[in-house]
Write a protein that binds this ligand. Structure first.
Ligand SMILES: [Zn+2]
Length: 437
């Protein structure tokens, strides 16, 4: 049976691959959820007479944004404890709230809220670290998105698991289900060097190598994490993780705010991926990650928002804007992280980190049609000299008009097509009452 062809025509298309390309008045030809071709609009109309065409005459099309690090369910804790340092925030506010509320119902409703916010911001895929990732998967499937879901691994008990081995078993029990679904990927997510033992890290490294899954860990987020590690283990967290076999191409190292030259060289030599979350790092007073130095060492750096409990937005365009401005400011070099690089750090770089770049991350023929349109025909985006720089310096998530995953439209003219916004609002408000009680 022949697959249906549809056309999406736009004023501009920034495909990310090939590099340095910006198409004008071109059309994406979609066949069965896959990109078949990108060609001049006149040629597409002549070649595919009768195909349904979406005309976006003032829009730029980009690959779906990929949020390389978040805790989706924590969206229900947005704004619960702001203006606190990391350990106070975690110990006195977040973990007590989670102890009270953590359940499948919390994860389902929180992840759905995160999916809705993400889609409205042009995010088609996210990498998550949380509990009950089987339930998070149900929310992602309902939303029609893509996600790499990491079962969190800790040593101490929560309602989800009693000890490290139980967390690992829970993380792995979804494997068959995720493997059979092209929209899901399994991650292993030991929380951080300060919450996970040597034995558990060694076990996770062995499983990850055997099963070829990615491992996501918060690493060297704060200066005190390093001084505490030196006291307890007589080595910095990265040296300890290297000794335990965790440092390698399967690792997505989140934050990496405090890095010395040897650690950057080690990450480069061992092809570690980094998830950069600048808003969370600034808001918790953790610092500014040396992204220019990591990129100069050819480390693959993708951008993530972290959870909304420490951000408080799942807004990848704003996150990338800040990432760019910070590196320009700290380096004194206005050419640092130009707009095209920022776009890559929100699309292809995270796809590579997740081992998903054969399917998503750019608009190449053969890849899935995960795509976002932004309307630049607005007061705040006039005039348009450079639509690419507009993505980060003039436009924002409010300009996202359409989102597709696998060729299916999930946001159309700013309206979610699958998720019920009114129902999500009611649920979020009822959880707020329970958090406060
Ligand atoms: Zn995090």
């Amino acid at each position: 049976m022949q697959k249906t062809i549809s056309l999406i025509s736009a004023r501009w298309i920034a495909p990310v691959e090939p590099a340095d390309t910006l198409f004008e008045n071109h059309t994406v030809v979609i066949e069965g959820g896959t990109i078949k071709a990108i060609m001049p609009t006149a040629a597409a109309r002549a070649s595919y007479v009768g195909a349904v065409e979406t005309k976006l005459e003032n829009h730029i099309l980009i690959p779906g944004l990929i949020n390389l690090h978040t805790h989706a369910a924590m969206t229900l804790l947005r704004g619960l404890a702001d203006d606190k340092p990391l350990m106070t925030w975690l110990n006195d506010h977040i973990w007590p709230a989670e102890t009270k509320l953590l359940s499948k119902e919390f994860v389902l409703d929180g992840t759905q809220l995160a999916c809705a916010e993400s889609l409205r911001a042009g995010v088609t895929c996210f990498a998550d670290m949380y509990f009950y990732h089987d339930t998070a998967a149900a929310a992602v499937r309902k939303a029609g998105m893509r996600a790499a879901l990491g079962g969190a691994i800790l040593e101490f008990p929560t309602p989800y698991a009693s000890d490290a081995e139980a967390y690992i078993q829970r993380a792995l029990e979804v494997r068959q289900d995720f493997d059979s679904d092209p929209t899901l990927k399994l991650l292993l997510s030991p929380h951080a060097p300060y919450t996970v033992s040597d034995a558990t890290f060694e076990r996770v490294a062995t499983i990850a190598a055997e099963m070829d899954v990615q491992v996501m860990v918060h690493i060297q987020e704060t200066a005190s994490e390093i001084t505490d590690s030196l006291k307890q283990y007589n080595e910095r967290p990265i040296a300890r993780l290297d000794r335990l076999g965790v440092i390698g191409p399967n690792l997505i190292a989140v934050h990496c705010v405090h890095m010395n030259a040897e650690e950057i060289a080690l990450f480069s030599a061992k092809s570690v991926h980094v998830a950069h979350c600048p808003v969370s790092n600034l808001k918790l007073g953790s610092g500014i990650a040396p992204i220019n130095a990591m990129l100069a060492a050819n480390i693959n750096v993708g951008i993530g928002t972290d959870g909304t409990a420490s951000n408080n937005r799942l807004d990848m365009l704003a996150e990338a804007r800040l990432a760019g401005l910070l590196q320009k400011g700290v380096s004194g070099d206005a050419a640092s992280l130009p707009a095209l690089k920022l776009l890559e750090m929100c699309t292809l770089a995270p796809a590579k980190a997740l081992g998903w770049d054969a399917e998503i991350g750019s608009l190449l023929p053969g890849k899935a049609c995960d795509m976002v349109a932004l309307n630049l025909d607005t007061i705040e985006t006039q005039p348009v000299f450079d639509p690419l720089s507009h993505l980060f310096y003039a436009a924002g998530r409010e300009h996202v008009s359409h989102v597709w995953v696998d060729g299916k439209v999930l946001l159309e003219n700013g309206k979610l097509t699958r998720l019920d916004e009114a129902e999500l609002m009611i649920k979020a408000k009822s959880w707020a009452a329970r958090v406060g009680s």
